[in-house]
Write a protein that binds this ligand. Sequence first.
Ligand code: DOR
Ligand code: ZN
Length: 345
Amino acid sequence: METLDITQPDDWHLHVRDGDFLKTVVPHTAEQFARAVIMPNLKVPLTHTQDALAYKERILKSVPKHLSFEPLMTLYLTDHLKPSEIRLAKEQGIVALKLYPAGATTNSDLGVTDIKHIYPVLEAMQRHGLLLLVHGEVTDPSIDVFDREAVFIDRQLEPLRRDFPGLKIVFEHITTEQACEYVKSVDTGLGATLTAHHLLLNRNAIFKGGLRPHYYCLPVLKRETHRVALLNAATSGDARFFLGTDSAPHLATLKEHASACAGCYTASIAMSLYASAFEAAGRLSQLERFASLNGPAFYGLKKNTQRLRLKKTPFEVQAEYPYAQGALKPLFAGEMLEWSAQLVT
Ligand code: DOR
Ligand code: ZN
């Protein structure tokens, strides 16, 4: 297949940061995606509806004039968020709240220290129909970093689902076979996003020819058997699995550092990467479901009307992008990719 036209996709998990950084990354996403769920883990986390709405306006200012793009806003759960915020959030169009276990990842220090602390808020979310997005890793330092997602399922996610059967939950950026199997075992109310890099790479990528910080993200890449399970889930057509890039830009100086920040920047090449993964699995025919149909169905939103064209036109990934006063290096910088993506006008 040389050309594939699909309903314009959405990115159900995206980091765009703030300030001048927006000018680099927002256009990359808006060139491919109609909507994106914007993660709230800014340096000062977005814990209030008014802050999220002001942030949305700043994002919209960075959308190129010829494109239309809708940021779907989320709030950051802390131990102290009040249940009264939930009704306001719903009224103002916030789509979800993000649960970061405290200390699990970038800017998660103010995250939740014990899920029991947020039970009144979760109850309000269940009542008002706001989704819960979870970074599904335990933070217990005695648990091996490669096992933290699987342990999270047993220790946190299963009890949470039992206590809030009516709460819609997205298990974000899943990276293990255990997570795939768990999501498949639940009939309603649980979905999962999958990144392009976890579909294409296993943990060997982090160590190939030296330590490669641009391949470091959280949850960290896993062994090959997990990558294969993720690719099978994504390409199966199962409505519970949908696209979320987890594109997470950091200044190159902070990635190429003694304690490199976690996050892979993939927004600029996202649909090209997903197309390569689906092609390798022999399942390009399922890309539209995963990228454009399953997500809106899970969130209860309409699918997009515009179309995106993927063409077998190889191109070289740019080495870096200007990023405020520094540089931003995408994953696969300088390498060739097979598929180009363009909106059908
Ligand atoms: O690799 C990651 N980067 N994982 C996360 O959960 C957060 C993200 C970021 O914000 O940089
Ligand atoms: Zn993320």
